[in-house]
Design a protein around this ligand. Structure first.
Ligand code: SAM
Length: 243
């Protein structure tokens, strides 16, 4: 040891790193459940159940994170299908891959660290591209939508699940109270991190509402664009197609 620095044997070090990541992932899931009272699971199920996907399809789940959407898509694409998880964050992707592998999901899964604004895939490559709770975090959303359109096969479907604008007037004060009072407190309590959850509430308010996002998808070259509100517009599913 030098200057009081304790060297940790490699195996132990890896174990420590692993524990840090899994604690992050556990927190991520606990927070999702706590913030939405578990409803995010219902939204995700509905998002996948109503998407255009058939056995044998090749699907890209962008901003796939810890793999919730990919896990739901697996049965839909079947044995012959292929699922590509793309995420800009290597740590989230690793947690996602480990979780898939633990569930026995190995064949047909690929993990690609990539930025949605510049996808490392050829044109006309996927039957379906999904993005759940990811577009909000992308700096250049127009670029990401253009890239989604580019990598879709003709007739392929783009689907975005994202927080949106609450449409029920009576619900807004409750929703604002939850976002700006409850969320930061939950964040402090469960993750010792109030600021991130304050940021989350702000990023939701800044994200383009239903009509604006639909127009952005059209501008990116997608056709037959539409949206559907879930839970009075707390989230919306936007759909578009490659001509
Ligand atoms: N789709 C997962 C879900 O629904 O649970 C994860 C959503 S998580 C809130 C947002 C994810 O978007 C993170 O894993 C983050 O790394 C990823 N992300 C943020 N910016 C991105 C970008 N420019 N390109 C690709 N992924 C990005």
């Amino acid at each position: 040891t030098h200057f009081g620095f304790r060297e940790v044997p490699v195996a132990e070090k890896q174990k420590l790193v692993g524990e840090v990541f899994s604690s992050v992932a556990r927190k991520y899931d606990v927070m999702n459940d706590a913030m939405s009272l578990g409803i995010h699971r219902v939204w995700k199920r509905f998002f996948v159940a109503t998407s255009q996907v058939r056995k044998g399809d090749r699907v890209l789940d962008l901003a796939g994170g810890t793999g919730d959407i990919a896990a739901l898509l697996k049965d839909r694409v079947g044995e012959t299908g292929e699922l590509v998880l793309g995420d800009i964050n290597g740590d989230m992707l690793r947690v996602g891959r480990d979780r898939m592998t633990d569930r026995g999901n190995v064949r047909g899964f690929t993990y690609v660290q990539c930025n949605a604004e510049r996808l490392p895939f050829p044109d006309a490559n996927f039957d379906l591209v999904t993005m759940a709770f990811g577009l909000r975090n992308v700096t250049d959303k127009d670029a990401a939508l253009r890239e989604i359109a580019r990598v879709l096969k003709p007739g392929g479907q783009a689907r975005v699940l994202e927080f949106s604008e609450v449409k029920a007037e009576w619900f807004r004060p409750l929703y604002d109270f939850h976002s700006f009072q409850v969320l930061p407190r939950l964040g402090r309590l469960l993750a010792n991190d109030a600021d991130s959850y304050r940021y989350l509430a702000e990023s939701i308010r800044k994200h383009p509402p239903q009509g604006a996002l639909k127009a952005m998808m059209e501008a990116a070259g997608l056709v037959r664009c539409s949206y559907r509100n879930l839970s009075a517009g707390i989230v919306a599913i936007h759909t578009g197609y490659k001509a």
